[in-house]
Design a protein around this ligand. Structure first.
Ligand code: SF4
Length: 277
C-alpha cells in the first residue's frame, strides 16, 4: 500500500524537442522519445488514481507534440485541472479559441520585457515579448487563466518587469532563480547564473506587484525548486532533480513506494504547490 502523499499536481514533460534554444534550459536533454498516445492515456489514468488534481503539460515545447490537445481533453475527462507551459511561439488566436474548452491555464515563459535580452538568452528570435503580449489578450478573452513564468538570470536580475506584468495582467506570476542542473545547462552557469542575493534583489523589486488586486507573485529560489516538483519524462518515467542531478525511476515503482519518497512534500507545500487552481 503506497504511503499517503500531499502531492496534488504533476508536470508532464511530454516532449524534449523545442524550437527555442534558451541557454539556461534544463529540459531538453532527456534523450527519450514520447510514449505512444495509448500508453500516455494509461499514464494519465495512473496519475489521476494517485490523486493528481492538476496536470501541467510542458516540454521541451509541448505544442510540438501532435497529441497535446488530445491529452488535455483526456486529462479533463479524468477530472484534472489542465495547464500548458509553453514558449507561445506556436500558439495562435485560432488554436487558443479552438481548444479553450479543454485548457484551464496557459503559462507563457517570458524572462525579460526586452526583445533583445530575450534573444540573447535564446528565448526566441526577437519578437517573443510582443507575441506574448498579444497572446495574453487572446488567452484572457478565451476565458483561460494566464500564468507568466520568468527565469531570473545574470542578464535580467536588475530589470524591472512591473510594467510588463501590468500589461499582460496574468492570474499568476512565477519567478524562478536560474537552476543549474548538471549535464543540462552547465555551459550557461558562468555567465547566466545569479547569486541568491541577486535573485532576492529581483524579488524585492517586485514584492509590491499585485495581480488582479489580490494575488502576489510567487518567487522560487533554486533551493525551493530542487526536489519539490513531481515530474514525468516524455518516456513516462518519474524525473527527480535532487542534488541538481537528473535521475529517473519507473512510474509504477514510484506509485508503489509512494510519491512522497521521491518529491519533498515539505518543500512542495512550502512553495505553494497547492493553490486555488
Ligand atoms: S522554450 Fe522552454 S523548453 Fe524550449 S529551450 Fe526555452 S526553456 Fe527550454
Amino acid at each position: 500500500m503506497p504511503a499517503h502523499s500531499a502531492i496534488r499536481s504533476v508536470n508532464w514533460h511530454l516532449i524534449s524537442a523545442c524550437n527555442y534554444s534558451c541557454r539556461f534550459c534544463f529540459a531538453r536533454n532527456l534523450g527519450e522519445q514520447p510514449v505512444p498516445f495509448s500508453e500516455g492515456l494509461t499514464i494519465l489514468a495512473h496519475l489521476a488514481d494517485a490523486g493528481m488534481e492538476k496536470i501541467n503539460f510542458a516540454g521541451g515545447e509541448p505544442l510540438l507534440h501532435p497529441s497535446l490537445f488530445d491529452y488535455c481533453r483526456a486529462a479533463r475527462d479524468l477530472g484534472m485541472t489542465v495547464s500548458i507551459t509553453t514558449n507561445g511561439s506556436l500558439l495562435s488566436q485560432k488554436l487558443i479559441e479552438e481548444h479553450a474548452a479543454c485548457i484551464d491555464w496557459l503559462a507563457l515563459s517570458v524572462d525579460s520585457a526586452s526583445e533583445s535580452t530575450e534573444k540573447r538568452l535564446g528565448r526566441g528570435y526577437g519578437q517573443h515579448v510582443q507575441h506574448c503580449i498579444d497572446l495574453s489578450d487572446t488567452i484572457r478573452a478565451a476565458g483561460i487563466r494566464l500564468k507568466i513564468n520568468t527565469t531570473v538570470t545574470q542578464l535580467t536580475w536588475e530589470e524591472d518587469m512591473a510594467d510588463f506584468i501590468k500589461r499582460t495582467s496574468p492570474d499568476r506570476w512565477k519567478v524562478f532563480q536560474m537552476l543549474h542542473i548538471q549535464g543540462e545547462n552547465d555551459d550557461a552557469v558562468a555567465d547566466l547564473a545569479v547569486t541568491d542575493e541577486q535573485f532576492q534583489a529581483f524579488c524585492a523589486r517586485h514584492a509590491d506587484v499585485v495581480l488582479h488586486g489580490v494575488v502576489r507573485p510567487v518567487f522560487e529560489s533554486s533551493a525551493m525548486i530542487e526536489g519539490s516538483y513531481f515530474m514525468i519524462t516524455p518516456g513516462g518515467c518519474v524525473k527527480t532533480d535532487t542534488g541538481r542531478v537528473i535521475r529517473k525511476y519507473p512510474l509504477a515503482d514510484v506509485l508503489q513506494v509512494g510519491i512522497s519518497g521521491f518529491v519533498n512534500e515539505e518543500l512542495y507545500l512550502g512553495r505553494g504547490g497547492v493553490y486555488a487552481w
